[in-house]
Design a protein around this ligand. Structure first.
Ligand SMILES: [Zn+2]
Ligand SMILES: [Zn+2]
Length: 280
């Protein structure tokens, strides 16, 4: 099993590699720039070279780029929608430049205009992106904790987004365990996990599942609360993660923890602990 973490790029994008390596990561996820801004300062060529060199040496793969937070490809606001499509294309170009395998994005919010309208806008955005750019990196749609105006709380909705675009074949799935649990999927028990995997398999095929965000949940089952907790320290619990990490059909995806960081030792300790407790 490939296990890694979401790693900070503070001090230069290439510094993420050393950080990941020291944390015991096989794979890693990063933001290609500050996720809370529309600005994306151009990637420095030498920085990219250094990043590639270090990554190859450390053997860290796959590389996952997480989309910035402001992008909303389901937005009814024309300005924001246009800005989001443009920004997303920029991010995909950066992901290709960095040699990333996967680009993870949430499905955004329909802002009260209804799930159906939001899904159709997201599908159209994907079509525009593939028509104008045709990125090498694979776009993964991440499930959310559901509730409110957010799209993607169910795998049925994610599949509808895939179907709303002409490029379902090129799209994949990122499965966040905290979000799934908070959305009401009882994945910490054998029956609940089987049902969930059956749902994904029937809708889009389990081979679409490329990345698992391995997070425990502070909120209860169906709480729609998106609050991550250390693996084993939340409502899914150690027994729940034994069910998840022991499942024979979940060996292929890359596992990324996005759990709280109290200091530089949080990720290395979490990764060590996960390998020890779950035999990974
Ligand atoms: Zn996530
Ligand atoms: Zn989350």
């Amino acid at each position: 099993m490939k296990l890694g973490a979401h790693i900070s790029i503070a001090g230069g994008i290439f510094e993420a590699v050393a950080r990941a390596y020291k944390s015991g990561c096989d794979c890693m996820q990063i933001f290609s720039r500050s996720p809370r801004s529309w600005q994306a300062p151009a990637l420095d060529r030498d920085d990219v070279k250094e990043f590639m060199k270090r990554r190859e040496k450390a053997g860290i793969t796959p590389l996952v780029i997480h989309s910035p937070y402001l992008i909303n490809l389901a937005s009814p606001d024309k300005e924001l929608y246009k800005k989001s499509v443009k920004s997303c294309m920029e991010e995909l170009k950066r992901a290709d430049l960095l040699g990333a395998e996967y680009f993870v994005t949430h499905l955004g919010s329909h802002k009260g205009t209804g799930v159906k309208a939001g899904i159709s806008r997201f599908g159209a955005a994907l079509d525009k992106i593939y028509k104008e750019l045709n990125p090498g990196v694979m776009i993964l749609l991440e499930n959310t904790a559901g509730g409110g105006n957010n799209i993607g709380g169910s795998f049925r909705e994610i599949n509808e987004v895939m179907e709303a675009s002409k490029h379902k074949k090129k799209l994949g799935l990122c499965f966040d365990t905290c979000h799934a649990y908070a959305a009401g999927y009882d994945i910490g028990h054998k029956k609940g996990l089987e049902d969930t995997l059956f749902e994904i398999d029937s809708l889009m095929g389990l081979d679409k599942l490329r990345v698992i965000h391995l997070n425990d949940s502070k909120g209860g089952l169906g709480s729609h609360l998106d609050r991550h907790e250390y693996v084993g320290g939340g409502k899914i619990g150690t027994s729940g993660f034994k069910v998840i990490l022991g499942h024979p059909r979940l060996k292929k995806p890359a596992y990324i923890i996005e759990t709280p960081k109290k200091g530089p030792n949080s990720d290395p300790l979490s990764i060590k602990k996960i390998r020890k407790i779950y035999g990974k």
